[in-house]
Design a protein around this ligand. Structure first.
Ligand SMILES: [Zn+2]
Ligand SMILES: [Zn+2]
Length: 258
């Protein structure tokens, strides 16, 4: 009898424990699914969330690189410092970097890039922390032409991709910038798009969008000039990392930035 009593209670305990665990998990699963959905909006849709502290007080920056294409630690330091000067995140920017298996394709379509992200990304909005994701590929972008190709792209509200093979081929040799400088430049440019530049979520205080290149700045010395993310800028000269011009800075400030 005593034994039955104990075992009944034991099973009741297990049952209740199971129920409460399962309810808690359901709620967590719901929140997670909402966060994943929230990360599938267009570029610029999270510009205010990235710039201001209204909804998120910190950023969880996840960087995943295909084996052999690890970004330089110094580049990561450079872009985090750059962001910290622009965004209102009192609880900081936390970086996590890890490798994922190389896929080995020569080039990747947008759909393929997004599928790789969906299979590997773990950083999604959670509480007051905003999830941001950088993927470094082992190949090229399949929309490149013979004469113009992408070094990086921003393709969702909190997602950007670096074309690792292009970065390697266009840096660290005579007449080319260092790998650190090139990847920092391209990452900052793509992050600028996620922050809503130009006219992509951060409204322009003064008209400065390039008429021939949507969502880029008309100032050829600005970080958000269109050629910065392509081979065009770096083919000839070994430039410093371009900085944002005053028009771009003003747009970020007006959208919640520092
Ligand atoms: Zn661009
Ligand atoms: Zn500009």
């Amino acid at each position: 009898m005593n034994r039955n009593f104990l075992s009944t209670h034991f099973f009741l305990f297990i049952f209740v424990a199971f129920l409460s665990t399962s309810c808690f998990t359901d709620r967590e699963v719901d929140e997670r699914m909402e966060s994943i959905k929230a990360a599938k909006r267009g570029v610029g849709a999270s510009s205010n969330e990235i710039l201001s502290a209204n909804k998120f007080s910190s950023i969880d920056l996840e960087i995943q690189y295909m084996e052999g294409f690890q970004p330089n630690q110094a580049s990561i330091g450079t872009i985090v410092n750059w962001m910290e000067d622009l965004v209102n995140k009192p609880d900081g920017i936390n970086v996590r970097m890890k490798s994922i298996p190389a896929v080995g394709q020569e080039d990747y379509s947008l759909d393929e890039i997004r599928a790789i992200e969906d299979n590997n990304r773990s950083s999604y909005n959670s509480g007051s922390e905003l999830g941001l994701y950088i993927l470094v590929l082992d190949g090229y972008f399949d929309e490149d032409t013979e004469t113009e190709f992408s070094l990086g792209i921003s393709h969702r509200n909190t997602s950007l991709t670096l074309m690792g093979q292009r970065i390697l081929e266009n840096s660290g040799r005579v007449g080319k910038p260092s790998k650190e400088k090139l990847e920092s430049t391209v990452l900052e440019h793509e992050l600028g798009h996620l922050m809503g530049l130009v006219n992509l979520g951060s409204n322009m205080l003064i008209e400065h969008e390039d008429e021939e290149h949507d969502h880029h700045c008309d100032n050829s010395h600005c970080l958000m000039y269109w050629a910065v993310e392509t081979n065009v800028l770096y083919n000839a000269v070994n430039n410093d990392i371009p900085v944002l011009d005053q028009n771009c800075i003003n747009d970020l400030k007006a959208n919640g930035g520092k």
